[in-house]
Design a protein around this ligand. Structure first.
Ligand SMILES: Cc1cn([C@H]2C[C@H](O)[C@@H](COP(=O)(O)OP(=O)(O)O[C@H]3O[C@@H](C)C(=O)[C@@H](O)[C@H]3O)O2)c(=O)[nH]c1=O
Length: 182
């Protein structure tokens, strides 16, 4: 596994070593020792999977303490543009975001620690998104920001008319109207 730093502290890209042969491929999708060396020491206690049609936009989401979650995300099938927004009040990169394409072809994993909003848009039909979480789901601690917030200025690279957004996500508040819990 290759660990790649990003311009935002603690956001880490993990590139697995993929072993291809006549049968197909094999790779380690999780290795606690390697992640520890990359500074990811929290235990993962919940695994999630979602299936989405092309143009589905999920986010931007986080959970507040004491249920703040680190998420180790990847795509099993299809392709997404994955986005993490730093909302750690004392961070030099507060309000900045990092984007990365994750797909069933590149097998890249991305670690989004507590203190970040997270979201993604699916760029292909039948996209299967999978992630490990360092804390359990707790609905009451969910916080979110509207995906097309003008202050965050995220270029999702999609036509808004084609986006599939849940009713819950369509009414999330603006970034300027939330108080970051981190
Ligand atoms: C996230 C989650 C949802 N659910 C339920 C609640 C709801 O009825 C249904 C669908 O939930 P949502 O609409 O919130 O699913 P979704 O919009 O896919 O939410 C996810 O978005 C991405 C971007 C993240 O970063 C995740 O942490 C999570 O917030 O699943 C759970 O039971 N456990 C969970 O951990």
């Amino acid at each position: 596994m290759n660990i790649i730093e990003t311009p935002i502290k603690d956001l880490v890209i993990i590139e697995p070593k993929v072993w291809g042969d006549d049968r197909g491929y094999f790779f380690e999708s999780y290795n606690q020792e390697v992640l520890k060396k990359a500074g990811i020491t929290a235990d993962f206690v919940q695994d999630n999977q979602s299936f989405s049609h092309k143009g589905a936009l999920r986010g931007l989401h986080a959970q507040a303490h004491p249920y703040a979650q680190g998420k180790l995300v990847r795509v099993i099938q299809g392709k997404v543009l994955d986005v993490a927004v730093d909302i750690r009040k004392n961070s030099e990169t507060f309000g900045q975001h990092f984007k990365i394409e994750l797909s069933g072809e590149n097998n890249i994993m991305f670690y989004v620690p507590p203190g970040f909003l997270h979201g993604f848009v699916t760029l292909e039909d039948k996209t299967i998104f999978s992630y490990k979480c360092t804390n359990l789901y707790q609905k009451d601690t969910e916080v979110g920001v509207i995906w097309n917030d003008k202050d965050l200025g995220i270029d999702w690279g999609i036509d808004i008319n084609d986006a599939l957004i849940s009713p819950k996500d369509a009414v999330l508040p603006a970034f300027k109207d939330i108080v970051s819990p981190f």
